[in-house]
Design a protein around this ligand. Sequence first.
Ligand code: ADP
Ligand code: MG
Length: 240
Amino acid sequence: MIAFDGISVRFGGATALDGVTEEVAEGELCVLVGPSGSGKSTLLRLVNRLVEPTEGAVRVRGVDVRAVEAARLRRSIGYVIQSVGLFPHRTVARNVATVPRLLGWPEARIEARVREMLALVRLDPAEFASRRPRELSGGQAQRVGIARALAADPDILLMDEPFGAVDPIARRDLRAELRRIHAATGKTILLVTHDPGEAIELASRLVVLRDGRVVASGGPSEVLGGGGAFVRALLGGDAA
Ligand code: ADP
Ligand code: MG
């Protein structure tokens, strides 16, 4: 579904990614994990062209993303970030409807889809559809962010530290919710976290980054079993 082929990214003199080649299969929940500054967000943002590679290419279903107009590409890929970024003056329903509206869906279809998406993230539409973002808890706002990202049925969902800003209990619920949504929808999900426990709990595939390079990748047990000292130090504590 997603291929990173010989990717390097440099910002001025600084190297954010250095020779990354990785593939993410359709339906995978692939977690990018590594210390702060290791290049996780940069790798994620290549997929929706918020970052361009200095070398190499990113392909989605075999098509170089540079061949696709950026705005169109971004409507076809869900993106969830830590700060959520809900439109504060719009209701929950209007927020969730953002991309379907841009795509010109008929009103009745949008309304049905909003209800379906809110139910998927377990927010009762009758209670939440007309609220404003300031009337939501952190965990609820994050759920709305996920509903919005999935509303136009993208094949790929990119999530950058999606639960970073919520309290530990809400985070546990949201992880369970994400696993359920992944199982229910079969989306290809690429999720960034610096939290090893979260990475191991969620991943069907793990990619461990250090200083812009992939130091281990594969199934979680494979990575935990076969990783070197750095991988054990990063992931070992929470895995035991
Ligand atoms: P992570 O998400 O793992 O914390 P990032 O991908 O955000 O890491 O950053 C990797 C490296 O690239 C860091 O050293 C960071 O400072 C640098 N970097 C990221 N984005 C930019 C940018 N737009 N301009 C300059 N340097 C950047
Ligand atoms: Mg980051």
